[in-house]
Design a protein around this ligand. Structure first.
Ligand code: ADP
Ligand code: MG
Length: 621
């Protein structure tokens, strides 16, 4: 017999250290984790043997068994699922592939070992067995292979793998319980844990003893009537199916009858799954055909912008031996996808109408993903738009487009927005000043996807979207509340001809650095700002693309001057005498300042510093 001694991957060692030394009081969850793994293993084999029946070697009566040996102080959990070979053991029980684990370790290290609740929140899978066991022995044989292997560890840095015997495929896990964990040798306790956490598992969980006793109801929970399922049971199933540990925000359990029949038990998680924004944009819905697990890796079952939805879809209208490849372009699946999409969007609509606060938390969590739908799902664009919520100058609450339109001012015919990376700096944008002064609401667009759907949609209820950092802003048509003057030209503004002269002088000084210099009424407090021309790309999009290494044409900005600002008025007076060094410096400084406010860099820092010094010097004398 050969014995191989191997070290756990560093992350696993860290994880095990946290797990074994934690004072987590809910240690019983280890059983839920092991049963969940056993159930997944049976699902996998059930699926694989659809195409290769020899794999299950006549042993396809899937079940999970629990056995207690009080003398040896061991608890044994066995399944006749897919099993593991030598490499699987190393990959699955020696390393961690799950992205959540890293986050868990980090959070646990940061909070110190005292915050033991993390274990429950993140779930540490197989490794949770070391909370109650001082030694774990896994004997396993992979379906279709002859060799069996034994994996053994005390959870302290190393494990061994040796040759072993096992009659048939599957996995047996022997837990040598710690001295103080004797409770897991009691039938009553085990019965209780299984019914609490694992009742939804759809294969029998059998307690072996003088008499065999099935502990769970062993029916696929989604096949049962909703009225017979408690909230707690739904939640436990959600934890199992989503590998999640939070509360589901929404549970959707339906049986759809008609041309195509299917049952869905879907959950919208209460918090963001960790892989939400990975480039693959994968969903994790589990597809079943008549209670046989087919895959959780199928892009065709739900649109990508709903990838945060978890749960199960089961249809008898797909062939049982359907291969993953066959699922592409499958008309039945396409209909199921359409049905699920419609259902989810309409349930979200209901929530949005009935429970604004609850919907806000949903939008906080998944809004950025949902917006992808506006761009991608042409067929549901209207629904997606009406579900979308935005932050705005109106207050801290989320705002819908319908609410925005309803609040539009007399004379306002566009939906104004400003886009940028973060809300706080957007709120300080000078371009907002004139809008705020008139009480015109402006939406804040802070998700990268906004730059894409807005041009694609261009209108909502016949009102076009207008970036306030792009093109001209004619606010004179819009009436201020309680102000019925048709045209409220600011009396203290510099004279039109004079300001035009200053603009022309600035343009001469700044040359190609600006496209145009003009007077604006979008500013009240700031002296200047820069905007893009109507036909140009929004400056935020330009910055974003540049950050991603894309080639973007270098569009010179338009510099806008506030004719009511005292500095501008002084410069107007100065410009009467033609150009001067002061005017020249002022033009450059003001442009650089506007760039800085936009989060852009100043092209010539040295020149900027020199001019600033000289301006300060003049101010001091
Ligand atoms: P997760 O279940 O989230 O993947 P675990 O730590 O619970 O994480 O399990 C790690 C991996 O070990 C599983 O993904 C699976 O590949 C493998 N595994 C665990 N238990 C079994 C089992 N009883 N039979 C077959 N494979 C198993
Ligand atoms: Mg697991």
């Amino acid at each position: 017999m050969t014995e191989e001694k191997l070290s756990f991957q560093a992350e696993v060692s860290k994880l095990l250290h946290i797990v074994t030394h934690s004072l987590y009081s809910n240690k019983e969850i280890f059983l839920r984790e092991l049963i969940s793994n056993a159930s997944d293993a049976c699902d996998k084999l059930r699926y694989e043997s659809q195409t290769d029946s020899s794999l299950s070697e006549g042993d396809s009566n899937f079940r999970i068994t629990l056995k207690v040996d009080k003398d040896a102080k061991t608890l044994t959990i066995a399944d006749n699922g897919i099993g593991m070979n030598h490499d699987d053991l190393i990959n699955n029980l020696g390393t961690i592939a799950k992205s959540g684990t890293e986050a868990f370790i980090k959070a646990a290290e940061e909070s110190g070992k005292t915050d033991v609740n993390l274990i429950g929140q993140f779930g540490v899978g197989f490794y949770s067995s070391f909370m109650v066991a001082e030694k774990v022995v896994v004997t396993t044989r992979k379906a279709g292979e002859d060799k069996a292997w034994a994996w053994e560890s005390n959870g302290e840095g190393e494990y061994t793998i040796t040759d072993a015997e096992r009659d048939s495929h599957g996995t047996t896990i022997v837990m040598h319980l710690r001295e103080d964990q004797g409770e897991y040798l009691e039938d009553m306790r085990l019965r209780n844990i299984v019914t609490t956490y694992s009742d939804h598992i759809d294969i029998p969980i059998v307690l072996l003893g003088e008499e065999e006793e099935t502990l769970n109801s062993a029916s696929a929970i989604w096949t049962r009537a909703a009225k017979d399922i408690s909230e707690e049971q739904y939640k436990e199933f959600y934890h199992h199916v989503a590998h999640a540990f939070d509360e589901p925000w929404l549970t959707l359990h339906n049986k759809v009858e008609g041309v195509i029949e299917y049952t869905n038990l879907l959950f919208i998680p209460g918090s963001r799954p960790l892989d939400l924004f990975t480039p693959e944009r994968k969903n994790h819905l589990k597809l079943y055909v008549n209670r046989v697990f087919i895959t959780d890796d199928c892009d065709e079952v739900i649109p990508q912008y709903l990838r945060f939805v978890r749960g199960v879809v089961d249809s008898g209208d797909l062939p049982l031996n359907v291969s993953r490849e066959m699922l592409q372009h499958n008309p039945v699946l396409a209909k199921i996808k359409a049905g699920l999409t419609k259902k989810i969007l309409s349930e979200l609509k209901k929530k949005a109408e009935k429970d604004t606060e609850g919907y806000s938390t949903f939008w906080d969590t998944f809004g950025a993903v949902m917006k992808e739908g506006i761009y991608e799902d042409f067929a549901h664009r209207k629904e997606c738009l009406s579900l979308a919520r935005f932050k705005s100058t109106h207050g801290d609450e989320w705002v819908s487009l319908a609410e925005y339109v309803e609040r539009m001012k007399d004379g306002q015919d566009q939906i104004y927005y400003i886009s940028g990376e973060d809300l706080d700096s957007l709120k300080r944008s000078p371009q907002l000043e004139g809008f705020k002064a008139k009480g015109v609401e402006v939406l804040f667009m802070t998700d990268p996807i906004d730059e894409f759907w807005i041009p694609a949609v261009s209108q909502f209820e016949e009102k076009s979207f207008q970036s306030i950092t792009k093109g001209g802003a004619d606010l004179s048509k819009i009436k201020k509340d309680g102000d019925d003057a048709e045209d409220d030209k600011k009396e203290d503004a510099a004279d039109k001809d004079a300001i035009d002269r200053l603009c022309a002088a600035f343009k001469v000084v700044l040359g190609d650095e600006v496209q145009e210099v003009r007077s604006t009424d979008r500013l009240t407090d700031s002296a200047v700002c820069i905007v893009a021309s109507e036909s140009a790309m929004d400056r935020n999009l330009q910055r974003m693309l540049k950050q991603h290494g894309q080639d973007v044409p270098n569009e010179a900005p338009i510099l806008e001057l506030n004719p009511t600002h005292s500095l501008i008025k002084k410069l107007v007076d100065l410009s009467v005498d033609g150009t001067s060094q002061t005017l020249d410096d002022a033009a450059h400084l003001l442009l650089d300042q506007a760039r800085i406010i936009e989060g852009e860099t100043v092209p010539d820092m040295t020149a900027f510093a020199k001019r600033l010094t000289s301006a300060m010097e003049k101010g001091l004398v």
